[in-house]
Design a protein around this ligand. Structure first.
Ligand code: SF4
Length: 271
């Protein structure tokens, strides 16, 4: 089953669990009440177009041929135009417009093409969907892994593509929840006896676009902690507990696409 079909049924995912933890109210508006977002941030569509172009690139490699950097640019342009042409619900950050972002995307992909280790390993999966259960959580955990590779010794390398405004810190890599979930998914898929390496492939939108790979691993304790988190989140959702987090530390408030609903919610009479 593809990710689209998996999404049709009730589920949890790395992003929904992160949303719930960052702000329960944000989770409720988007995923329980299914309120249409006020806007789509340009970064979201930009990231989608990069993902789709890289999926094309690796798919071609898996078929046995390499796309040139020019062809990679063309893939990006096709996806970008398809995602953005005629849309008036995309909110462009100051200084951005579709043409500027088209060029930025192509520059980032050049950096990826020149620096990413895409020639080093055998590609065994692209946009690989998964669904698995954790004991104590009635909902399946679903997602899709951007890229799965294997090296000569049989080690599995799971990669997630990121577009980011800056380099990642060590903490952001070693404590990331999404990667442990991907490791658990791969084990469910029959790779429980394999060595697994995890990697962020980061396309960094600095003035001079650059690419960085960050490798990391997760152990049994990380998986136990992730399971506990999943079960606790699922209990909170089942009990209808959706705490707002409008603290200064919640970076999601700034670009929140449910701001009006949030303001209205805070002004509602307490029942
Ligand atoms: S504005 Fe902040 S507190 Fe309100 S829903 Fe969005 S993330 Fe949550």
């Amino acid at each position: 089953m593809g990710l689209k079909e998996l999404r049709n049924a009730e589920h949890l995912s790395a992003s929904s669990i992160n949303d719930y933890i960052d702000c329960g109210l944000l989770y409720k508006f988007g995923r329980i009440d299914k309120i249409p977002a006020e806007f789509k941030p340009d970064a979201l569509e930009f990231g989608s177009a990069i993902h789709l172009a890289l999926a094309d690139f690796h798919m071609e490699k898996m078929r046995g041929s390499y796309l040139s950097v020019k062809q990679l640019h063309e893939c990006f342009e096709t996806h970008w135009r398809k995602l953005t042409d005629g849309r008036d619900d995309i909110k462009y950050a100051e200084g951005n417009d579709p043409e500027i972002l088209l060029l930025k995307g192509q520059e980032l992909l050049t950096a990826y093409y020149n620096k990413a280790p895409w020639k080093e390993y055998e590609c065994i999966g692209i946009e690989e969907p998964f669904s698995f259960y954790v004991k104590g959580c009635p909902l399946p955990i679903i997602g899709a892994i951007d890229l799965i590779e294997k090296d000569d010794s049989g080690t599995i390398i799971i990669s997630d593509f990121k577009t980011s405004a800056r380099s990642y810190s060590n903490d952001e890599v070693t404590r990331n929840f999404q990667l442990v979930l991907y490791q658990m998914a791969m084990k469910e898929k029959g790779y429980s006896n394999s060595d697994i390496l995890l990697r962020f492939d980061c396309l960094i939108k600095t003035k001079q676009p650059k690419f960085e790979s960050y490798y990391t691993i997760r152990d049994e304790i990380d998986e136990i902690r992730a399971r506990k988190k999943i079960v606790t989140v699922s209990k909170g959702i089942a009990r209808g507990i959706f705490l707002p987090n409008d603290s200064a530390y919640n970076f999601k408030c700034k670009g929140c696409s449910f701001k009006k609903n949030c303001d209205a919610w805070f002004l509602e009479e307490v029942a």
